[in-house]
Structures are given as C-alpha cells and as structure tokens.
Design a protein around this ligand. Sequence first.
Ligand code: SF4
Length: 249
Amino acid sequence: MSELPAHDYALIKVDDYFSAKRKRQFDYIASQGCRFRCTFCADPTVFKRGWYGLHPDRMARELTDHHRRYRFDEIAFQDETFFTSRTRVEEIADAFLAAGLDVAWTATMRADQGARLDDALLAKCKRAGLRRAMIGVESGSPEMLQHIKKDITLEQVYASTERLARHGLGAILNFIVGFPASRTRVCRPRWMWPPACAPSAPTLKSPFSISVLIPATRLRMNCCAMAMFSPIRSKPGPISITSAVAKPG
Ligand code: SF4
C-alpha cells in the first residue's frame, strides 16, 4: 500500500467537509482490508480477508503536511481495523511523537484487539494523540454476535472499554439493529453498560445504525438462499425490528 501515491486532497474542498461536520476533523485512511469475516460486511469479499497498512513514517510525514495546510483539530482514522497490528500501532505512535504531530486522533478498534492491548501501548498512544477508539459491537446479544460471525464477546467489549477508560480515553461503541435472524424470529438487540463503566459514562457513546443487506455480503447471500430477500426485486422480506435500548451508566 505504501507504493501507491498519496491521496490528493487538493481535489476536494476540505473546508466544506469541516463545515458539514461542524468541526475541523480530518478523515484519513491508513490501512485497507480486514482479516475478519463478519457476515454483514463487504470487506471479507472485497479484500479476501487481507490487510495492508501504510508505513508509519509515511503516515507521519503526510499528516504533518496536511496539518500544516488544513489546520485541523483532530484526525479520524477511517480504517476498517486500525489496531490490527500491535507492532505497527506502536511504530505509528513513535512516528507521530518523533514528528511532533500534536493532534488528537480517533481510530477504529475491534473489541478482541482492544481487550489484548497492554497498558504501555495505550499510554504511548495517548501521548501520541489518541483520544478515543471506535469499536463495532453491533449487537448486545451473544447469539446474534455468533450469528453474524463477529468473533467477539461482550466480555471483550467490556474489557476494552474499561481499559480505554483507565487511560482517560473515550469509546464509541457502534451497534446495528435489524439484522435478519431468520424468517420468523424477531431480531432483539440487548445491551447494558457494565456497572464498572459507569464512572466513564461521559466518555462513552453508542450510535445505532439500521442493518442494510449490502451486495456481496454473506448475510445477503444467506437471506437470498432463505428467500428472505429477492436480489431481483431488491425488496426486503418479512423482517421484524424491535427497538434497541442503550443504558449508559
Ligand atoms: S465489520 Fe469490521 S471487523 Fe468485521 S469484517 Fe468488516 S471491517 Fe472486519
């Protein structure tokens, strides 16, 4: 990936994006692909479960130049899974510190990766600007997590959230409601913050999205096979969605 030319941000009006977001937050993609197999996601088909990252020195150099030009307050790493390689994350933090890149950043993290991260690395990432991690939880139901092959547990979500909170780092926990479970079963997401997270509730957010059957995903293929969804008519079948409950604190 490091052999590819840099994205040319001059082709877009970056300030218009800041205005639309109402904050000077700069989007940047530092890696491509993902090694996991979630059935609702097109990534496993598109990248064949491969993952490729930009060299940390190149990231530091490009982001320092972008910061000089666009004067943003924050970087949002829009990678599928920023924390895939512990070694690389540490090199990124070292490169940012060496470059004197004094900017806050948010990055994507899987719960199983976050639960494994050591305190020394999180402390270094914080010194290098990390302020929050975005974790795809998707469902508060262990059965649904199994059904969509997310390959994480709620215990790992709790562990990563608590670890981030211990370092004064925020967490955005993303959920998806309305996964088609079967022709007749109602998808019923469940989620409660663990009591240990209560002190860090102000730094936690949990946005909810509605499930969409994206082409080339295993979930859509399964639904087509079960005649829940016709690829020709592109019309949803009899899928029930119940409202989700998020209870911070
Ligand atoms: S949802 Fe995230 S973890 Fe799962 S396959 Fe897609 S990019 Fe990977």
